[in-house]
Design a protein around this ligand. Sequence first.
Ligand SMILES: [Zn+2]
Length: 313
Amino acid sequence: MDRRIQIGGRRYRPFPGFLVLAVLFLVLFAGGFVVVKAGVGKAGGKPQTEKLTAGQPYVTIQTPDVQHQGPSVGSQDTHDQPQSPSVGAQHPNIRPQGTFGGSRYVVTRSSLVRLLGGNGKEKIVLLTFDDAPRGESTRKILDVLERHRAPALFFVNGTYAEKRPELLREIARRGHGIGNHTWSHARLTRIPCEQVREEIVRLNDFVERETGIRPAFFRPPYGKMSPCAYSVLEEEGMVLLQWTWSSEDWRRKSAKSIVQSVVSHVHPGATLLFHDLSLTARALPEILEELERQGYRFVLPDEPLPEDFQGVP
Ligand SMILES: [Zn+2]
């Protein structure tokens, strides 16, 4: 049987069906591959040091907060993502600042530490420790920080601080900042507004009573803000501070893996998230040594901006 077809006076042998399918498959496969490659180029690779431009919302892969055994932590959904720090009604004129090499720096809405007028490439890093003071490792962490003259911001919970007020005072006395991480590590999206206020204000009152300093920074448990939490922050004149990289120390099995996670993801202006844990205390010396070797310095924004400050970096 002659299977050729006739087009414009010439006769052609039609492509066998499998050949058509194979070509189709190749085209689709190659197309998909290009799309995947493009995605990696945009979202993966080394976005953290290359995308720093002033004012640009800064998005990194953020990871869940620790799932610790503290009170009122009922669920196991550790895979929640913190909401974007740039979402919500953050007070526009409050950006606690500090000084670095004679220049002022601020914490931006996206949790980056930036020099005012800088190019975003200054090797400054903000160290933060959540769920403090748990007690078993707090002093070890304080000792390591002291050896490196590295100030840090400790996000405390009332349930821990109430049991160990002397540790809370010691954190402040040794030159570190104290932030508010709620009284009982509550998930703010699941409790009524009045309770959100209580979670935040009660802890502020306690910290102020014990240390003389009212916390300026707030970090919600699991990174989860609620509309009510935003208004309480405004009432309290506080600043939301999430993080740009989580060490995920709470789920790691070795100090080495904490070191590797941080060292391979640090970038100028990073806010690093750790927890007040023994394994973290063991990893910390190597992390600080390596970051110092790379030329990083540790900063602590602890000065309020002037009332008339208008620039929002
Ligand atoms: Zn926490």
